[in-house]
Design a protein around this ligand. Structure first.
Ligand code: SAM
Length: 484
């Protein structure tokens, strides 16, 4: 035993002693200005012939930055985080929505209202007709990318049910709408089931670790299959063995001490990179929220907004090529700040209840099966307009995985600086679809100006001309789904 990032055993690649040694090293060096400057310099993107290169940071280096409390160094972290985001992801922000399929669950997670002992919430599972209705409602909002969510219950939500739902989702084409990427956030499962998910054409497989601290993990998941720390922590290795290239990590901040979680999260990323040759596609940063019988204050490790933003910036510095996701658990204000330090994906117009979209107007929301309170309750149209007002380009692009650019092939695109000739026009074309088919007049006006201005920022002349023509087609006809 001992720390070994290439081991396939959870307790070796997330070695408790290595995390504690890292935290001690970070604490000892948090005022070591020379070392901090050196780490910041290492994190900075370097211009190359084709684009930018970034070396990222080890979990030890990034932990020193997270421990540092010197205000001007923290400002530097934010500055470089934004530089990295712009170098690799440009000013695009990808948009998605969660779709809750079922809240049946056999686990005992103490932070989640879907836990088995909660007898007073109604249990609901969408039928395929209801999935269709939800998807139509989501398409009518303008969504193209979903993250499906479900409790763990082998009887009520077996893998066949999840696969049926994915099939239904991809089969719905309402007006000009379609869902082009389904990401999946379901409990840890077997290699065989991951293969089935891969064959069903999923995008990213997302699984939050919740906490990397084994003892706390076991206390927070006292009963049910999720109690098994190793099975949960090793899930991404099984997913990759099953052929899923894009996996999404996450920690539920508030459960354990954030510095511990941060080091564990980066060690998990280093493990995936060293074993599978590709790190996590995304990292999510949820914080525990109030929910039915859950009081976030009952957990001792809540973090304030400033710490939360600093964590996001340090993640951006450490894993420059990994997308970072912030959900509607966070308020508009926090999301605005998170976007400046490197977040690349946000959800919008989200409902966290089973059957929360169909039949409800944009300001009505059912609470009975909600997984947690949503802080950002704006409509998708408002989120799209806000992003543009903040200087970002909302993107509904799903091209990469549909063109086979997953795993290391996506990373190569990022590293070769080809994103500006690929993701940038794709973002503009999908934004144009959104504006034409779903936006309010005000959003349309801002958006069309953004598109006309940003088209000029496509470096390759040929690509620019094609994008220009496609945008004209979208504006003047029902032709859709152009992509590079
Ligand atoms: N059931 C799946 C599993 O076992 O991993 C995951 C799906 S669950 C619907 C998605 C995530 O919501 C969980 O992984 C957890 O991190 C988060 N979550 C649960 N309760 C929450 C709460 N009270 N506040 C914020 N997020 C919560």
């Amino acid at each position: 035993m001992g720390y070994n990032k290439t081991s396939l055993r959870a307790e070796e690649f997330i070695d408790d002693k290595e995390i504690l040694d890292t935290l001690a090293y970070a604490e000892a060096n948090k005022d070591n200005v020379d070392l901090i400057d050196e780490i910041l310099e290492k994190a900075r993107p370097v211009k190359t012939e084709t684009g930018y290169r970034c070396s990222g940071l080890s979990h030890r280096e990034a932990s020193v930055l997270l421990a540092c409390e010197i205000p001007e160094k923290i400002e530097k972290m934010y500055e470089i985080a934004e530089e990295i985001k712009l170098a690799f992801y440009g000013n695009r922000i990808v948009i998605f929505a969660p779709l809750y399929l079922s809240n049946y669950c056999v686990n005992g997670c103490v932070y989640c209202p879907y836990h088995l002992k909660n007898k007073h919430i109604p249990r609901k599972k969408l039928t395929q007709d209801e999935v269709r209705d939800e998807v139509i409602a989501l398409q009518d909002m303008g969504h193209k990318r979903l993250a499906i969510e479900s409790g763990e219950d082998p009887v009520n939500n077996p893998i066949e049910y999840i696969l049926d739902c994915i099939k239904t989702i991809y089969s719905v084409h309402h007006k000009n709408g379609d869902i082009r990427r389904v990401n999946v956030n379901i409990a840890a499962t077997t290699v065989e089931n991951y293969k089935k998910l891969k064959d069903a054409g999923i995008g990213t497989y997302i699984l939050f670790q919740e906490t990397y601290h084994k003892e706390s993990y076991e206390l927070l998941h006292p009963t049910g299959p999720k109690h098994d720390y190793a099975y949960h922590t090793e899930a991404m290795d099984r997913a990759m063995e099953g052929g899923i290239d894009d996996v999404g990590l996450g920690v539920l901040f508030g459960l354990e001490k954030y510095k511990y979680e941060f080091a564990g999260l980066l060690m998990h990323a280093e493990h995936l990179e060293s074993v599978h040759g590709v790190g996590p596609h995304t990292i999510s940063v949820p914080r525990v929220k109030k929910a039915d019988d859950i009081d976030p204050d009952s957990f001792d490790n809540g973090i304030d907004d400033d710490t939360f933003i600093k964590i996001a910036a340090c993640i951006r510095l450490a894993v420059p090529y990994t997308g970072m996701i912030v959900s509607t658990r966070e308020s508009e204000d926090v999301r605005t700040k998170m976007l400046r330090v490197g977040v690349s994906q946000v959800s919008g117009g989200s409902r966290t209840s089973v059957g929360g979209y169909a039949g409800y107007s944009s300001d009505e929301r059912p609470h009975d099966t909600e997984q947690f309170d949503v802080s950002d309750i704006r409509s998708l149209d408002e989120v799209v307009a806000w992003l543009m007002e903040e200087g970002h380009i909302p993107s509904f692009c799903t091209a990469c995985y549909r063109e086979g650019r997953t795993g290391d092939r996506f990373m190569a695109l990022c590293k070769n600086g080809q994103i500006q000739n690929c993701c940038h026009p794709n973002a503009l074309m999908t934004l144009c679809e959104y504006l034409k088919d779903y936006a309010s007049d005000g959003t349309k006006k801002i958006g069309n100006e953004v598109i006309d201005r940003e088209l000029l920022n496509i470096p390759n002349e040929k690509v620019r001309a094609i994008a220009d023509k496609n945008i004209e087609d979208i504006r003047n006809s029902n032709r859709r789904d152009f992509r590079f």
